[in-house]
Design a protein around this ligand. Structure first.
Ligand SMILES: *Cc1c(COP(=O)(O)O)cnc(C)c1O
Length: 833
């Protein structure tokens, strides 16, 4: 990766011209602190320091300003004893931390001045930090936003996950094809983390279960694993807004108990001697790069159990240290499972309570259910996790016994309550008997939790009607909704300092602490002076993005055209294809009637496809093929361009979002659980074009029906349409524009080097259109013309844009976390330390 070109175009740090929180630190203090760190921690002097050495010194100096608050927060949790929250997530999509830490400490401007005096540029240093990409997409990013909000709200929380040596792959586009390269964020070390080799747990795998009869005649079970792996803790402090509270993100790294087998080594088998070590350490080697599909591999289950067990052992150890007994766990601890990846926690907590701590089953079950709650992230049947019973029996024999017993007791109580219908019993059983016996991890998480939540109002409603229809009827109070949110510190204050300054100048400094205060800019939505400044900020951001597009895509775009943006994982249900088809239709229309008053626009795409998802990778290639043809066609005269930015990640999102005019949220209704990209874009003044799916429904309510473009089938209509079959020949026959587009793509107009490349893709759209791209095409095309009409009415456009920003306060993840704290965790903010 060419770091130099990335750095040149990076967005500037919170350039608010002043520090938001008055800094206790002076510029001189900070300058001296950086120099001390450069000397004593990096071991360099000013003359020999490289840019990266300066970056390290600046991070260390910043980190030093977090550590005291960290210890104070940690101490306060022991002294005041607030309920602790443990957020278990296999993914944390963090991005860079330097801007975040400085911004939350209120030290950005002071640091900028201090580095300037030392002759180094803070903006430049910031780009040297690799993104921590320990996640695939929305689910992992949500966990990162939640960590920041929990710290901001002074909730005594730990995040638990895996410290992957290699995060999500780096995407390179070669001739428009996605290629995956390993990502190496730890190559130069990680100055944010603290290794805690003394915090180490043994994690067992395999072996057998022994039944022991104790003197009182009761039977106890002891698991004798065949193999152990050690989990080592690495801690990263997470500082909340204004530096008031600091929590810990604790990530586990796998280590072999024995570094090598010396006898094997001495016999000359050097590779064999470290084979066990390699097998053990494979657990935290790499993030599974799949999104919305389960990984299904044995190593994945090892990852899930490894981090769940280490986290629970750690939580129990901390509880025992504080309260000297485990029976009060549910009173003092809330464990949130981010999707089913940590669902094995239900069985593991029961094992620890019953087998290790000697608690009777019934009491242990009350404690487990009282402690755990679970967030569901998807309704897609293919994404629901389940593991074969034989695999669990072999890898986790005691946990499998426990799952069987939980299930037996659960089904007993179902029958006792009068439900004897065989269909219902099969539907609510934790064991799926359809294709060999498998454990349904969603059912395990549901049954082991006191609350289960969906992530938008629509998704929670559909959860009750589909995946958990029967369980939801048996336990009617268990399913609740917690609509997702995003942290405004990263997605507004840091990503868009120009807009932030304007908002604070207009609505007052209150916006920094109360997102609902953004409403105060609504009265200025038609104020010419304010609109002028709002438009100027957007233009500046678009100029910066245009530079990035030129650099990375070699496409020259005019910052005054409409920036039409679709950035997210590439998946059929998100329907990048629908956007590409509309692009081609627009291209055809412009060429047919070049004299019309077309709205010039650039379609901007970014997103990765799972390495094994061939169809999604073909969609990326199609977008790039279409871009090639359109961008090089002189008859379009700049009315339309297409740019596919490679290697979408958090940092790239921070550059694209503040520069966006139109936000594409066009999933097949009923399939996007919430979306959070939709929130980031609307907050930054992009108008949404979208279906009534996920949180789009609630965004519409908050920004106003006139300020969002909604088209297409509702979730109900999608279900009905699928009921009539998904052959689209009649639909296509009714739409001349769609027919022309499909003919062009299918016959190789965009792939002259390989005319048959998209024949299969067009065939699927024609005969087996599960995502109903064709059915929504005409509505989408018409809606895009409404977008264009609004764009031409500049005052109307800016008014809608401003009302989007004004209306998005509710989507702060602080609001989401406050709801979890009140209704699920039953914890309150900690006393000020
Ligand atoms: C917010 C975000 C996502 C989620 O985007 P959706 O549009 O909600 O799918 C994915 N990846 C990154 C890098 C993000 O910042």
């Amino acid at each position: 990766m060419n770091n130099t070109s990335e750095a040149a175009c990076a967005p500037s740090l919170a350039d608010t011209g002043r520090d938001i929180a008055p800094a206790a630190d002076s510029v001189a203090n900070l300058r001296e602190a950086i120099l001390r760190r450069l000397t004593y921690s990096v071991g360099k002097n000013q003359a020999s320091a490289s840019e990266y050495d300066w970056y390290l010194a600046v991070v260390y100096a910043t980190r030093d300003r977090i550590v005291e608050g960290w210890m104070a927060s940690t101490n306060a949790a022991y002294v005041h004893g607030p309920k602790r929250v443990y957020y278990l997530s296999l993914e944390f999509l963090i991005g860079r931390l330097l801007g975040d830490a400085l911004n939350n400490l209120g030290l950005t401007e002071t640091m900028r001045a201090a580095t300037r005096e030392l002759g180094v540029d803070l903006e430049r240093l910031r780009t040297l930090e690799p993104d921590a990409a320990l996640g695939n997409g929305g689910l992992g990013r949500l966990a990162a936003c939640f960590m920041e909000s929990m710290a901001t709200l002074s909730i005594a929380a730990h995040g638990y996950g895996i410290r992957y040596d290699h995060g999500l792959f780096r995407q390179v586009l070669k001739d428009g094809w996605q290629q995956e390269y390993p990502e190496d964020w730890l190559a130069l070390g990680n100055p944010w983390e603290f290794k805690r080799p003394e915090v180490c747990y043994r994690i067992g795998f395999g072996g057998a279960v022994e039944a022991l009869t104790s003197p009182d005649g009761a039977t106890r079970y002891a698991w004798k694993p065949a193999e152990y792996v050690e989990a080592i803790a690495y801690d990263t402090p997470v500082v909340g807004w204004r530096g008031a509270h600091v929590n810990t993100l604790r990530l586990w790294s796998a280590r072999a108990c024995d570094p090598l087998q010396l006898d094997v080594f001495n016999a000359g088998d050097y590779v064999g001697a470290v084979a066990d070590k390699m097998r053990a350490e494979a657990i935290s080697k790499v993030l599974y790069p799949s999104d919305e599909t389960p990984a299904g591999q044995e190593l994945r289950l090892r990852q899930e159990y490894f981090f769940a067990s280490a986290s629970l052992q750690d939580a129990l150890r901390r509880h025992l240290k504080q309260y000297q007994e485990v029976r009060s766990l549910a009173e003092h601890v809330a464990i949130q499972l981010n999707d089913t990846h940590p669902a094995i926690s239900v069985a593991e907590l029961m094992r620890l309570l019953v087998d290790v701590h000697g608690i009777a089953w019934e009491e242990a079950w009350k404690i487990t259910q009282g402690t755990i709650s679970y967030t569901n992230h998807t309704l897609l049947p293919e994404a629901l996790e389940s593991w074969p019973v034989p695999l669990l029996e072999r890898m986790l024999p005691r946990q499998m016994q426990i799952i069987y017993l939980i299930n037996a007791l659960h089904l007993d109580s179902v029958r006792k309550s009068g439900h004897t219908d065989a269909r219902l019993i099969a539907a609510v059983s934790m064991i799926d008997e359809h294709a060999g016996r498998r454990v349904r991890m969603g059912h395990l998480a549901f049954i082991g939790s006191h609350k289960v939540n969906g992530v938008s109002a629509l998704h929670s409603k559909l959860l009750k009607q589909t995946v958990f229809r029967d369980l939801g009827t048996l336990y009617p109070d268990r399913i609740v909704n917690k609509t997702n949110g995003i942290t405004f510190r990263r997605w507004l204050f840091e990503a868009n300092p120009g807009l932030t300054r304007l908002l604070a100048d207009t609505a007052g400094e209150g916006i920094y602490d109360d997102p609902m205060a953004l409403r105060k800019i609504a009265p200025y939505a038609s104020d010419a002076a304010f609109v002028g400044e709002f438009a100027a900020v957007k233009r500046q951001n678009k100029v910066a993005l245009a530079k990035i597009i030129l650099d990375r895509c070699h496409v020259k775009v005019d910052p005054d055209v409409l920036f039409d943006v679709q950035i997210k994982r590439v998946h059929e249900y998100k329907r990048q294809l629908l956007n590409i088809l509309e692009t081609v239709a627009l291209y055809d229309a412009i060429r047919a009637q070049p004299y019309l008053d077309w709205v010039p626009r650039v379609k901007i795409f970014a997103g990765k496809a799972a390495a094994s998802y061939h169809h999604a990778k073909l969609i990326i290639k199609l977008a790039n093929d279409v871009a090639n043809v359109i961008n090089n066609d002189p008859t379009v005269r700049g009315m339309l361009k297409v740019a596919y930015l490679p290697n979408y990640n958090v940092s790239l999102a921070e550059s694209i979002i503040p520069a966006s005019d139109l936000s594409e949220q066009i999933s097949t209704a009923g399939m996007e659980a919430s979306g959070t990209g939709n929130m980031k874009l609307a907050l930054n003044g992009a108008l949404t074009i979208g279906t009534l799916d996920g949180a789009n429904v609630e965004i519409k309510q908050h920004v106003g029906d006139e300020n969002i473009f909604i088209f297409g089938m509702t979730a109900e209509q999608v279900a009905q349409r699928r009921g009539r079959g998904i052959d689209m020949r009649e639909t296509i026959a009714r739409s001349p524009a769609l027919r022309e587009v499909l003919d062009a793509i299918g016959s190789g107009v965009f792939s002259p080097d390989d005319p048959g490349r998209y024949a299969g893709l067009v065939d699927i759209l024609t005969h087996h259109d599960h995502f109903l791209v064709c059915e929504d095409f005409d509505a989408y095309y018409a809606c895009q013309r409404e977008v264009a009409a609004k764009w031409l009415d500049r005052a109307a456009w800016w008014k809608a844009s401003i009302l989007n920003t004004a209306g998005m306060g509710w989507f702060s993840s602080d609001r989401t976390i406050a709801e979890y704290a009140d209704e699920i965790w039953k914890t309150q903010a900690q006393k000020k330390e």
